[in-house]
Design a protein around this ligand. Structure first.
Ligand code: AMP
Length: 623
């Protein structure tokens, strides 16, 4: 049995991988769900090959190299290879062309690394801009096997390994440069909190372009000598099969993923012998409801460890401890790496039990935002980094998050800069004012909405504005609700304030209940009412306002496809989040003949349904 030891290896990615490749190089490092695996020696060799390829293109350490790919073993090789020779900037593969162009320019990207499975858009933008593109895949590995390659000088601890973007309070996303030393500190902190050993096998379902997936999902397990299964995403119920097939000992995810896992679990419950399948489950990036924590613990028969992370902290700041120490549902645990303090607006430290801003300092904390002196001035106070989260410590030293002082929207763990949505809306010729804000949501925690005022004498519909945004922003940033108003209500200070906007606009979000007007609307309404667990849905009611999330959207698609001869992409639900809107799409897919047949069938069954309902109501009166 391996005992977890504090990590003390090299403090930069290249030497770390080389050391792992040299000691016990035959051990598995990465696995894909189709059964392929890569040893530690291969991982060291292939990442070195990618790094040397970049060096031959003239890329130097300070250069930024973008990686745009879906999660996979190839993407992990691409990321680690880039970090060995330059500053790696992973970008969400779902970004629109406008977003890719923005990030390429903002980062001054010198090269793009993709994998065989990457969507073509980023590659096309790079080619148009004369940015060299490298593809990582089987051909890379074959070439690396043939090549006799020189060594690459290792990065210094202060060299930048990763550049990620984070939500900005008043402007576009800010650049967070993270050094090799930041990464090394964070890997050691995570490995220590979770007592990771080479015997562990992680399953990474978190996107590898986000700090949570990069550090907790990939780097901390690799640095501990453990192996990582790299599926393309969380797929249910396949997830349960992967746990079994690969002997997974833990996974880390956001609460919405845990909820989805719990929701499909009854048919895929714990192993028959009742033995815990996992050593622990980890949750981070958004608040985990104590009820979800309890359900997960019952399902897997293992502790659920909630942690608190942030891009600027190279992920982990606090974590609940493993048994025998107590974990506290609703708390993000004990400081787990950096020093954590609660400070007031002037930067004074506050005692336990007092609410204030959570501040951190330590080796895992970024040195500064890139090229943003204003943001740095307000983020750092006497050496402490202000997180923008509000919290307090209890008497046992456990931290709870009690609120948020920054304007970021946390949509089920996906962070959104409201200002970015405002700007995209203001680019519409009819829009005079726009304010994006967070709406409370039962499973996502928060959803995105926006209030819009058109220019005088102009009219604009919420649908048209959402269509406009889908062209400019990745789908997850597009507000589920756009509310068109003549004036945006002011907050208590007389200024337009995002915080509290949901309550101020609650009256505007109410609208009349509209009954189904044809067979298509009636069928869709039935499917949605079932999925959302409500008696009836109005034709203009917003699915997301009624609690829809991606899991429920998938279930609704399955329900609709079982009743109608259509193949509905889940994206249609996000683009048309009302029965009336979705019916428009579905009618186009069905065509007039099928619709006429549906109307006829509905007319036929209507009297029977009415009779059954009448019988039922008579029975109810009789009892
Ligand atoms: P990111 O930079 O995307 O990792 O987002 C960091 C932010 O996510 C933090 O500043 C918090 O607002 C939020 N966050 C992270 N972990 C938790 C948690 N366990 N509970 C509540 N919010 C969290």
């Amino acid at each position: 049995m391996h005992i977890a030891r504090p990590l003390s290896g090299p403090k930069s990615i290249g030497p770390l991988l080389d050391e792992q490749g040299a000691t016990d190089g035959g051990r598995v490092a990465l696995l894909s769900v189709d059964g392929r695996s890569m040893s530690r020696a291969e991982l060291a060799q292939y990442t070195r090959h990618v790094a040397l390829h970049l060096a031959r293109l003239g890329i130097v350490r300070a250069d930024r190299v973008a990686v745009v790919a879906p999660n996979s073993v190839d993407m992990a090789v691409a990321l680690l290879g880039v970090m060995r020779s330059a500053a790696c900037a992973p970008l969400n593969p779902l970004y629109t062309q406008a977003e890719i162009e923005y990030f390429f320019a903002d980062l001054q990207v010198r090269a793009l690394v993709v994998t065989v499975g990457s969507p073509p858009l980023a590659r096309e933008v790079a080619m148009r801009q004369g940015i060299p593109v490298i593809e990582v895949g089987a051909a890379t590995y074959a070439a690396a096997d043939r090549a006799a390659e020189s060594d690459l000088p290792p990065a210094a601890e202060d060299d930048i390994a990763l550049v990620l973007h984070t939500s900005g309070t008043t402007s576009r996303p800010k650049q967070v440069p993270l050094s090799h030393a930041n990464l090394a500190a964070s890997m050691a902190n995570i490995a220590a909190s979770l007592q990771l050993t080479p015997e562990d096998r992680a399953l990474n379902v978190m996107p590898l372009f986000h700090i949570h997936g990069l550090l907790a999902g990939l780097l901390a397990p690799l640095a501990s000598g453990a192996s990582v299964v790299c599926p393309p995403s969380l797929q249910l119920p396949a997830f349960f099969d992967w746990l079994e097939r690969f002997g997974v000992t833990w996974y880390s995810a956001v609460p919405t993923m845990h909820q989805a896992i719990v929701a499909v679990a009854p048919a895929n419950g714990a192993p028959a012998n009742g033995a815990p399948r996992l050593r622990f489950v980890r949750s981070s990036s958004a608040a985990l409801a104590p009820s979800t924590l309890a359900q997960l613990e019952a399902l897997f028969g293992c502790p659920v460890i909630e942690a608190y992370g942030m891009t600027e902290a190279t992920h982990q700041m606090a974590s609940n401890p493993l048994p025998p120490r107590a974990r506290k549902p609703g708390s993000v645990g004990l400081p787990a790496g950096p020093e954590v303090a609660i400070i007031d607006a002037d930067g004074n430290l506050l005692p336990a039990g007092t609410r204030g801003e959570i501040a951190i300092r330590g080796d895992n904390v970024m040195r500064a935002y890139h090229g943003n002196p204003d943001a740095n001035r307000s983020a750092f106070t006497s050496g402490w980094f202000r997180t923008g989260d509000e919290g307090c410590f209890d008497a046992d030293g456990y931290l709870s998050i009690t609120g948020r002082l920054k304007e970021m929207i946390n949509r089920g763990g996906e962070k959104i800069t409201p200002r970015e949505i405002d700007e995209a809306l203001l680019a519409h010729p009819d829009v005079a004012q726009a304010v994006a804000f967070a709406l409370p949501h039962p499973t996502l925690g928060e959803d995105v909405a926006a209030a819009v005022v058109p220019h005088e004498g102009r009219q604009v519909s919420a649908e048209a504005l959402r269509e406009f945004l889908f062209e400019r922003l990745a789908d997850f940033k597009v507000p589920s609700e756009v509310i068109v108003l003549s004036q945006i209500p002011k907050g208590p200070t007389g200024k337009v304030q995002r915080i509290g906007m949901a309550e101020r606009l609650s009256a505007h979000r109410q609208h009349a209940f509209v009954e189904p007007r044809d067979a298509v609307e009636a069928i869709l309404a039935q499917a949605w009412a079932e999925v959302l667990g409500i008696d009836a849905i109005g034709m203009d009611d917003n699915f997301f306002a009624l609690g829809c999330d991606s899991l429920k959207a998938m279930r609704a698609v399955a329900g609709i496809e079982a009743m109608l001869p259509v193949e509905l992409p889940a994206t249609d639900i996000f683009r048309h989040p009302t029965v009336a809107g979705l019916a428009g799409r579905v009618r186009l897919m069905l065509g007039p003949d099928v619709i006429a047949e549906l109307e006829r069938l509905l007319d036929e069954v209507a009297p029977e349904v009415a009779a059954v309902q009448a019988d039922r109501s008579l029975d109810e009166h009789a009892t």
